[in-house]
Ligand binder design. Structure first.
Ligand code: ACO
Length: 399
């Protein structure tokens, strides 16, 4: 419910809108969502068509520059990104300094923030060439840092990127390759991961993108803004949900309590327990990405010959919830995160890497929004209002 306060200012009425449920902070031409009809489009193109036909980098170009690239533009973009995958050698020592059991999302946020210390002369949000090179550096280096965070958690040696490989294949090799043996990319895994990354590339003003825009509105550099976005994504109500879903499924399996009993506990709000991977602020009918992900889950697990009881629990949970009045009345449906974890697990990623994969997916959207904001002459520093409910004026005790 909206609390329209009586507080008027020179600029008009102030509304109290917890969670910005009804407040638009900007105009944007990047992504269209119709939550009632389950529609998601990037620059006008339906997500289903993007997922079926595009690639991660082509979609990134579309989001950032507004149109699909020509074949030569895409090739040049891809080559430029490949040339920038290396990290400064000193940055490897930065990873070494962090505890081996650090959460890779924390490592990633810190690493992206640290990148600005290496490129101090090219951080201006107002210089188009500097924005271009920072865009390329981020797209090239984020997956490498993510893989380093993974390797560090395993105590394994970091590999250097192999720039003869495509964006996704390079990333898979950095995660699963070792110094001891050559690594062969499984095309099923590569294709599925590319698809999942594409599905995550943008989602208009979600919490992490809004964070990137808010930080960027201060004219903070792109590395700083994206690092803040990664931290926002880390929360279990946002990107961290994919990790939380798998933990929930494992808990249901290990407790032996059964799906129906778990759903009862959710409905009774016992200990505030929620059905992770269910519900969405915007989608109140279905999440179009969830449908595509569910399809991928079946395909990938079958192609890899993986039989995962957690997938069965997920399907049972979905069936029970979708037939239950509690979820129907509140319009709660599986969101994009409900099945991604099961797929990432089948690919061999540890649970703590799931949200990192989301961050790599979402990076083009963050960049596109940061650039759109910087190019918009109407942009102002983000500065919400508050309604003060504290003590009236009082005298400090005399001493
Ligand atoms: N399980 C059980 N009940 C839920 C759930 C859920 N997952 N989500 C919402 N509800 C209930 C709430 O308890 C509330 O019920 P009430 O009216 O009886 O109090 C009602 O549905 C409305 O919930 P809100 O919290 O007001 O909905 P909001 O739009 O603010 O929250 C959110 C959306 C955060 C996604 C929520 O549905 C949630 O916590 N889901 C689980 C976490 C999750 O999967 N997050 C990923 C989101 S997608 C993404 O980031 C890519």
């Amino acid at each position: 419910s909206i609390d329209v306060s009586t507080l008027t200012k020179k600029t008009g009425l102030t509304t109290l809108d917890y969670g910005f449920v009804n407040t638009a902070a900007t105009k944007s031409a990047i992504t269209y969502i119709d939550g009632d009809q389950g529609i998601l489009r990037y620059r006008g193109y339906p997500i289903e068509q993007i997922a079926a036909n595009s690639s991660y980098l082509e979609t990134a170009w579309l989001l950032i520059y507004g149109e699909l690239p020509s074949a030569s533009e895409l090739e040049e973009f891809d080559n430029r990104i490949r040339r920038h995958t290396l990290l400064h050698e000193d940055l490897k020592r930065f990873f070494d300094a962090l505890p081996h059991n650090a959460h890779p999302m924390s490592v990633l946020a810190a690493g992206v923030s640290a990148l600005s210390t290496y490129y101090q002369d090219s951080l201006s949000p107002k210089d188009p060439e500097q924005v271009e090179i920072t865009t390329v550096r981020l797209l090239a280096k984020l997956p490498v840092m993510a893989a380093y965070a993974h390797k560090k958690s395993l105590g394994q040696a970091f590999l250097y990127p192999d720039n003869s490989l495509s964006f996704v294949d390079n990333f898979l090799r950095l995660n699963f390759g070792t110094l001891a043996e050559p690594y062969e990319v499984n095309p099923v895994v590569s294709k599925a991961l590319e698809r999942l990354l594409m599905l995550h590339e943008d989602h208009e003003q979600n919490a992490s993108t809004s964070t990137v825009r808010l930080v960027g509105s201060t004219e903070a550099n792109l590395f700083a803004s994206v690092s803040a976005g990664i931290n926002a994504l880390f929360g279990p109500l946002h990107g961290g949900a994919n990790e939380a879903v798998l933990e929930m499924l494992a808990k249901i399996r290990d407790s032996g309590e059964g799906v129906a009993r778990y759903v009862e506990r959710v409905k009774n709000k016992e200990d505030g327990v929620r059905l992770m991977g269910f519900g969405h602020r915007v989608y109140k009918n279905f999440d179009p990405r969830a449908r595509l992900v569910k399809q991928s889950a079946d395909e990938v697990l079958e192609a890899l010959g993986v039989q995962d009881p957690l997938l069965d629990i997920a399907k049972e949970l979905e069936a029970v919830a979708l037939a239950d009045d509690y979820f129907i009345e509140r319009k709660l449906y599986p969101n994009v995160d409900f099945y991604t974890g099961v797929i990432y697990k089948a690919m061999g990623f540890p649970t703590r890497m799931f949200t990192v994969l989301f961050a790599i997916g979402r990076l083009p959207g963050w960049i596109a929004h940061w650039r759109e904001m910087n190019n918009d002459p109407q942009t102002k520093i983000g500065r919400p209002q508050q309604l003060y409910v504290g003590s009236p004026a009082r005298d400090f005790p005399a001493r």
